[in-house]
Design a protein. Structure first.
Length: 285
């Protein structure tokens, strides 16, 4: 017997790529379970699927930085926290120190859809009832109706897992002037923020203030203490944009509205900023 649950959840996370650095991503999870009927004449109750399996996915990878085996650098555990120091792309640098739960280590050469699927199946299957023989998972991005960008960030004021300093999203962006969509402006901002780290100005520190990692020349450094612990990072200036706001989707929408309004003061501006899939914020200026 086969049971399926489409769009069970969305994984919002970042993964480390040797070419692109920290890549913010949002994948929709479709799940299929194969097994025998249990004493309730079900493969598994839909309520348990949505609660238990979604909970496993959230715990093991959601809002984390996923790292494969073949990175251009070093990752080290120091008990309560783990450090990362690597290079990517055209000699860009990224270093991070964070509590262990901010990382997801994937036993594969690189992080991609297939390696994450294999990781999730291996993690989920041992925790399922014995009547389930196998599971299948499909990961897919949201169908985009406009331009989108991949970004990473951290929200130190957040009570939940958004406080982790490098996690991210694949987000569409909508910009309209006087009620008319402006693809040119959408593409301009999507290109500007492709694979970017969006930092908050008040979190910036000097390289000398870093406690567990080291910065390189032309790095920007950030640190904060949140509910889950102490976070710090250093990243090449070329791969970072410092904003004068918290990088919540509401503040990002407001920031974009101000920037576009400054360029088009005679027009009514509408910004639709997404945070991953099917959620976001709208701001007018």
């Amino acid at each position: 017997m086969i049971l399926f649950v489409n769009a069970l959840t969305v994984i919002d996370f970042s993964y480390l790529c040797n070419k692109r650095g920290a890549v913010g991503e949002s994948w929709i999870v479709d799940l299929t379970l194969h097994g025998k009927l249990n004493e309730e004449s079900m493969v598994l109750d839909f309520g348990l699927v949505k609660k238990q399996i979604k909970g496993i996915i959230d715990q093991c990878i959601d809002h984390k930085l996923a790292i494969g085996n073949q990175i251009n650098g070093l990752i080290e555990n120091h008990g309560d926290y783990t450090t990362l120091d690597c290079t990517f792309g055209n000699d860009h640098h990224l270093a991070m120190s964070a509590p262990n739960q901010a990382y997801c280590l994937i036993d594969a050469d690189e992080v991609n859809e297939q390696s994450v699927i294999d990781f999730l199946i291996a993690t989920i299957m041992p925790q399922l009832p014995s009547n389930i023989d196998k599971i299948e998972i499909e990961l897919k991005p949201e169908h985009s109706k406009s331009f989108y960008y991949h970004y990473s960030h951290g929200l130190k004021k957040h009570d939940g897992n958004c406080q982790r300093i490098i996690h991210g999203h694949r987000s569409q962006i909508g910009i309209a002037l006087d009620g008319m969509a402006m693809p040119r402006l959408q593409k301009q901002w999507a290109d500007k923020w492709q694979d970017i780290y969006l930092a908050t100005a008040e979190d910036q520190i000097s390289a000398a203030q870093l406690q567990h990692i080291s910065a390189k020349e032309h790095d920007l450094c950030f640190a904060y203490t949140a509910a889950q612990g102490y976070f710090e990072m250093a990243i090449s200036e070329a791969r970072c944009d410092i904003l004068p706001i918290d990088t919540t989707v509401e503040c990002i929408a407001g920031y974009l509205a101000e920037q576009v309004k400054a360029q088009h003061p005679e027009n009514d501006v509408k910004i639709t900023a997404y945070e991953g899939v099917a959620k976001g914020s709208i701001c007018y200026a």
